[in-house]
Design a protein around this ligand. Structure first.
Ligand code: C2E
Ligand code: MG
Ligand code: MG
Length: 757
């Protein structure tokens, strides 16, 4: 392409652009550039305005450079050519400002103007005008324009394009010359475009100049719609606008004392009018020599909801909506703190000293109710109980559900008599509950502590409630404290012992100091004294206390949930042992105790299947002992579980029969194989009274129902004789043997085999 073919306009613009971009400081060339531009377009004046912040007053635009034909007054240096406070300018000027913010070209004739602009332009003797905004980093930086002052004229598209090109190259030069633009501004632009936070930048007048895609999504309007609008009108609810535009806005835009760098939580507003919780940070940015400020806005609706949900999870009980243990502890701490005036000593209450009363209301049979009537029923019962207690609260009291089976009430008891609260709670729970077509009496044990707030106060009350018989109140005292310490130590020791026992790979049968092992107590046929099986009874050789009875640690395991792992381990040990004994060829069974909580464990069938299949036990070789409480109340569910157990090849025994709910009536409906008559009946038979008669009836009934019987606690030959006479099939007790070490049990089987029985 030959040089002569280039149209003069294009050639002129190309040389201008070269001049702008080629110079080290384009601004020194500004006037010469404008002169060339003016001549190129046949204009009478060419000028360059820039925006800036003006004396703490807001946005202003000032003429930086101009060129004009002879006879026209220069704009530069004329004080009139700083248009102050764009915000409050006249409507037409305002609309121009808006359009320039959006990068729009403005052209026309002065005769069509009104107001301030008309007067101003007439003063400059302008007849026709054309101007193009200079956009730096997306924001209106200033504008470049042409005037025609000697004749009215239209501007050709070529001239407009030329002006646009010059404006663009000025923008580039400005951007490049403002410190470190090229890299940091490009990075910033990328961040803005891709940020998940809304990024909204406003100019000195508080008008939006930048509105990123995240902002478009968050506020529900497009960049094009947002640019030029007052920042606060777009992002905050109407009721807050005046505030922000006034105080915060002014501080941010004018004196820079606003909350830069701080995180501020405030409501945001979408275009639809909906409000949302937002977190905003403000920062000042220097773009091309202008002081803009940017709001980074994050929609924290989800975070708030998650926090609220977490708060609920952490501090409330789902079923009742009451505070949970953590919630009550928090409430008590503030209660105690308030009433103690921060002077808590943690000691015993002194006469008249402000103290807390904490009451624990423990549902005594809750586990049995869960096991028997099901989780849903038990939960509804707890909810009902909580509702009643809520109705009985004294002023200032806080009710909580601190465990599935335990409610608690805390109240500052400066004036109130703590006994009154206890009586009210007892009273409201005394009536039976009517739920799901059932009438059920909820037995509760109440524990109470009255003391200044201290860390243990809730545990103390619970501990006391554990000592309380049905519907009684126990007040916490020093002896209980000692027993709690004892219990806590035992619990932690038990965890350690379990860990050790579960990880022994070899010599599992060996009894070791500090260890857990399973003892086997013989069960014999009363008819001929032959060995029929064993009951597996867990033992704990405690490092410092010696051998502990399961009666001492099973309740702790139950309470803490350790029973699941412990029970499973006993089951595995016992089935493994039973498998070893099958080599003697005797039809022996092993009986394993299953606690109420274990019985209610949905994993029980799986654990059973695993244990039985791993050991390869024949049918009937494993019996599970459950107590009556597990069945009482909800036979249906219990029956279903029992049927499963039997399907898996284990048989079922009712342990300690006669001590629990003692309902002979349900026996025939239960899929059970064995009844174990509690030791107290066997003991009772030795004295006068009707115990013998009771035992006899039970045995008769069992025979009728085809249920086998084992008498527990057979200690004397006379016991055995009587029981045999009454038709009891098996006996277990000191008479036949104590619970034995596994190796001793094995020896006993060997001897039995040798006897050839
Ligand atoms: P239980 O199932 O009724 O076990 C019988 C208890 O009576 C055993 O007490 C046994 O040593 C004792 N006993 C047996 N014959 C006689 C006798 O002739 N006279 C007297 N006075 N007592 C006799 P132990 O081993 O202390 O167990 C107490 C309870 O602990 C058991 O009562 C059972 O309910 C529970 N338990 C034991 N091992 C386990 C276990 O592995 N899991 C679960 N869940 N509970 C267990
Ligand atoms: Mg038992
Ligand atoms: Mg028993």
């Amino acid at each position: 392409m030959g040089g002569g073919a280039v149209p003069p306009m294009i050639a002129g613009v190309a040389s201008l652009i070269e001049r702008i971009s080629g110079s080290a400081d384009w601004s020194t060339e500004a006037r010469a550039i404008l002169a060339e531009l003016g001549q190129l377009t046949g204009a009478d004046r060419a000028y360059l305005f820039r925006l800036h912040e003006h004396g703490g007053f807001g946005l202003a635009q000032t003429c930086l450079a101009d060129w004009a034909r002879d006879g026209l007054a220069p704009l530069t240096g004329d004080r009139r050519n700083t248009d102050e406070n764009l915000r409050d300018a006249d409507p037409l000027f305002m609309s121009w400002t808006e359009r320039r913010r959006r990068g729009e070209v403005i052209r026309g004739h002065t005769r069509d103007l009104t107001g301030y602009l008309r007067a101003d332009f007439e003063h400059q003797r302008i007849l026709s005008f054309l101007s193009v905004p200079i956009m730096v980093a997306g924001a209106w930086w200033g504008h470049i324009g042409l005037d025609s002052c000697f004749s009215e004229r239209e501007w050709t598209e070529e001239e407009v394009a030329a002006l646009r090109l010059v404006a663009a190259s000025v923008a580039l030069a400005v951007a490049r010359s403002s410190s470190g633009y090229s890299r940091s501004e490009a990075v910033r632009a990328a961040i803005v475009a891709t940020s998940l936070d809304a990024i909204v930048t406003a100019d000195e007048a508080g008008r939006i100049v930048e509105f990123n895609p995240a902002a478009e999504a968050m506020f529900g309007l497009s960049r094009g719609e947002a640019v030029g609008l007052p920042l606060w009108d777009v992002i905050v609810p109407e009721r807050l606008r005046a505030d922000y535009a006034g105080t915060v806005g002014r501080r941010l835009s004018v004196d820079g004392s606003g909350p830069f760098g701080q995180r501020v939580e405030m409501p945001g507003r979408r275009q639809s009018g909906a409000e949302f919780p937002a977190e905003m940070t403000f920062s000042e940015v220097q773009v091309a020599g202008r002081r803009l400020f940017t709001a980074f806005i994050r929609d924290i609706t989800e975070r708030k909801a998650a926090a609220a949900a977490l708060e609920r999870l952490a501090y409330a009980d789902a079923a009742t909506g009451l505070p949970n243990r953590a919630g009550l502890t928090r409430a008590m701490a503030s209660m105690g703190g308030a009433s103690m005036g921060g002077a808590s000593t943690g000691g015993a209450p002194m006469g008249g000293e402000a103290a807390l009363c904490v009451l624990a209301v423990r549902f005594i049979d809750f586990d049995a109710i869960v096991a028997g009537l099901g989780q849903d029923f038990a939960e509804s019962l707890a909810v009902e109980a909580a509702r009643r207690c809520a109705g009985a609260l004294l002023d200032g009291a806080v009710l909580a559900r601190i465990a599935p089976n335990c409610l608690a009430v805390a109240l500052p008891c400066g004036m109130t008599d703590p006994g009154m609260m206890a009586d009210a709670l007892r009273g409201c729970l005394a009536r039976p509950f009517h739920l799901a077509n059932r009438s059920i009496k909820l037995r509760v044990g109440l524990g109470m502590e009255v003391a200044p707030w201290h860390e243990q106060i809730l545990d103390d009350a619970v501990m006391a409630s554990l000592q309380a018989a049905a519907d009684a109140v126990v007040v916490f005292d020093a002896a209980l404290r000692a027993s709690r310490v004892n219990r806590l130590t035992l619990e932690s020791d038990l965890r350690t012992a379990m860990e050790v026992a579960f990880n022994v790979e070899t010599e599992r049968n060996v009894r070791r100091p500090g260890g857990l092992w399973v003892a086997y107590q013989p069960i014999v046929r009363l008819a001929d004294g032959g060995l029929a099986g064993f009951e597996a009874l867990v033992r704990w050789d405690h490092a410092s206390r010696g051998i502990l009875s399961p009666a001492e640690f099973i309740p702790i395991a139950e309470e803490t949930g350790l029973i699941f792992a412990l029970g499973r381990w006993v089951l595995e040990e016992a089935t493994r042992q039973a498998a070893l004994w099958t080599r003697f060829g005797l039809p022996l069974f092993v009986s394993v105790n299953v606690s109420p909580r274990q019985f209610a464990d949905p994993d029980l069938p799986l654990a059973l299947t695993e244990a039985i299949t791993r050991a390869g036990l024949p049918k009937g070789a494993l019996k599970l002992e459950i107590t009556e409480s597990v069945v009482a109340g909800n036979e249906e569910e219990a029956v279903a579980i029992l049927k499963d157990v039997r399907c898996l090849g284990a048989s079922v025994a009712i342990d300690d029969f006669g001590t629990g709910y003692s309902s002979l009536s349900y026996l025939h409906r239960l899929p059970i194989d064995v009844l174990k008559i509690d030791r107290s009946f066997v003991t009772g038979m030795r004295s006068a009274g009707n115990t013998r008669q009771i035992v006899r009836s039970v045995l008769d009934l069992s025979r009728c129902l085809g249920i086998d019987t084992v008498a527990e606690g057979v200690e004397t030959a006379e016991d055995a004789e009587t029981l045999r006479e009454y038709g009891c099939r098996y006996g277990q007790g000191w008479l036949y043997g104590q619970p034995l070490l596994p190796e001793d049990a094995t020896r006993l089987i060997g001897a039995e085999q040798a006897r050839g029985v």
